[in-house]
Design a protein around this ligand. Structure first.
Ligand code: 13P
Length: 285
């Protein structure tokens, strides 16, 4: 029987095997069920990601308990990951609660401050067998309560990335190469030359945030350059809500959550299936 895993081995294996492990943003029991049921059916390792506001909403202890139940039930590696957490104290609290993977997002800080805070988180996380992702450069767009104006977005500098990884000992690095959280106005323009260079000089797993609404071929190409974790939130939220809305339009008197949640879950599962195929993580559990 399995336990919740850290993201260490699953991401190192993905980088070596040239595929990516999906990190799906979850919000509650139903969204976790949708993710793990499809991942188990496709034998894919999977990461359940929760932003600070999701963890506040659902309760970190509930998320850990649900993920533990899923890890015991399905024979695939399941990690729960703190997405875009910004403070040492919050991360420590949830690692102590059972999360084994965290992002420390100090990308809004100056380089030196980002290094200092990331290193502090890495030292604590590693002492507890947990893994850490950091971000260098800054993604635009909106992820839950985190809003970054396009003018404040900045691409990752390859040489700084090498120095950053060396000084912090971080396990994986989120790179800013032109993706943004949420939907795009027109086709996104990704800086593949920059990503290729980073992938050549850094051998740790690289992370692509803001992968919703990015054409599949671009995601696949990014994976060939070293992206080993792909974050998806918006592309799951929209079909879930659309299916629930449709159900209520067709059944205006409905009031049974078991009935109206099910079409939402099913719509979400279809997209999860597709994303796992695009990322190449099926049969890698
Ligand atoms: P999207 O909402 O654009 O998929 O971004 C998700 C993400 O990067 C979570 O960290």
């Amino acid at each position: 029987m399995r336990e919740i895993v850290s993201t260490k081995d699953i991401l190192i294996n993905a980088r070596k095997g040239r595929y990516a492990v999906p990190a799906f943003n979850i919000h509650n029991l139903e969204t976790i069920q949708a993710v793990v049921e499809v991942a188990a059916e496709m034998k894919s390792p999977v990461i359940l990601a929760g932003t600070p506001s999701t963890i506040d909403y659902a309760g970190g202890d509930y998320i850990v308990a649900i993920a533990q139940a899923a890890a015991k039930k399905y024979d695939i590696p399941i990690a729960i990951h703190l997405d875009h957490f910004e403070t040492f104290d919050e991360i420590k609290k949830y690692i102590d609660m059972g999360f084994k993977s965290s992002m420390i997002d100090a990308s809004h800080e100056l380089f030196k401050e980002n290094i200092k805070l990331t290193k502090e988180v890495v030292d604590y996380a590693h002492s507890k067998g947990a893994t850490v992702e950091a971000e260098l450069g800054r993604l635009g767009g909106q992820e839950d309560d985190l809003v970054v104006d396009a003018k404040d977005a900045a691409f990752t500098d390859p040489d700084s990335a090498v120095e950053f990884v060396k000084l912090t000992g971080v396990d994986s690095l989120a790179v800013a190469i032109g993706t943004a959280h949420g939907l795009y106005h027109g086709e996104p323009k990704l800086d593949f030359d920059r990503l290729e260079k980073i992938g050549q000089i850094l051998d740790i797993p690289l992370v692509l945030h803001g992968a919703s609404d990015v054409p599949d071929e671009m995601v696949k190409r990014a994976i060939t350059y070293g992206i080993s974790k792909v974050n998806v939130a918006t592309d799951l939220k929209i079909p879930f809500s659309d299916a629930v809305k449709k159900y209520f339009i067709e059944n205006p008197d409905a009031n049974d959550p078991r009935k109206y949640m099910t079409p939402g879950k099913n719509a979400m599962k279809e997209i999860i299936r597709h994303k796992i195929l695009v990322m190449g993580s099926a049969n890698r559990a």
